[in-house]
Design a protein around this ligand. Structure first.
Ligand code: ATP
Ligand code: MG
Length: 196
């Protein structure tokens, strides 16, 4: 499951859990993006913070792991590179790429989109306020999956923190504590750990 995870929240975790269960997946690998090219217009939290929050959020689930492939690769993140790196690490694995319905709608504009279909099966998860549409996508490579509605976004979490509002129960407890520890999403954001 790819995402910026700035921060990771319960919408991401419920979506991953639903897809894991429906497809009986052995493992869900959360892959925080390096520099997301779609989000070049806003300041994204340093990758190391986003990676560590994802580790904290997923630590208790034996089927959830976190990969550094995107944050360790220099330059903007393209899904084709993510899939190739994951495939190189797990040559025998059948890959499923989990993404939100909003991202799936843009999928055709991705770099090397037509070559991605051979590398993974794509799962588009519902997200409140976003219509599911598989129009124009190859039916045998894409599945649309309804997940229980969680009207949570990272954008909303960031603005709540900036406004001094709670994010308890929107993100896992450890992530609330991590945000407070490093003063993320406020004027006092610490610069450590420095990566990008
Ligand atoms: P931002 O508001 O910064 O864009 P986000 O909440 O959309 O953050 P991302 O890291 O961009 O989080 O999301 C990764 C993927 O998870 C996206 O494809 C997105 O559609 C999906 N997703 C995010 N929130 C939810 C949710 N509440 N329910 C289902 N899917 C979600
Ligand atoms: Mg988003």
């Amino acid at each position: 499951m790819g995402g910026t995870f700035d921060p990771i929240h319960h919408g991401h975790l419920v979506a991953a859990s639903e897809v894991q269960s429906r497809f009986d997946l052995d493992e869900v690998v959360f892959v925080p993006t390096g520099q997301p090219w779609q989000k070049a217009d806003r300041r994204v939290t340093p990758a190391e913070h986003r990676y560590l929050m994802t580790v904290v959020a997923t630590a208790s689930n034996p089927r959830f792991t976190v990969s550094r492939v995107d944050i360790d690769r220099p330059g903007p993140t393209y899904t084709i590179d993510t899939l190739r790196d994951l495939k190189a690490e797990r040559p025998d694995a059948e890959l499923f790429f989990i993404t939100g319905a909003d991202a799936l709608a843009e999928i055709l504009s991705w770099k090397d989109a037509e070559r991605m279909w051979d590398l993974a099966h794509f799962i588009g998860v519902t997200r409140p306020g976003h219509e599911l549409s598989g129009k124009g996508l190859p039916e045998d490579r894409v599945t649309l999956q309804v997940v229980p509605a969680m009207a949570i976004s990272s954008t909303d979490c960031r603005s709540r923190v900036a406004d001094g509002q709670p994010v308890w129960y929107l993100v896992p407890d450890g992530v609330v504590q991590y945000i407070n520890k490093y003063h993320l999403y406020s004027d006092r954001q610490a610069t450590w750990p420095r990566v990008d």
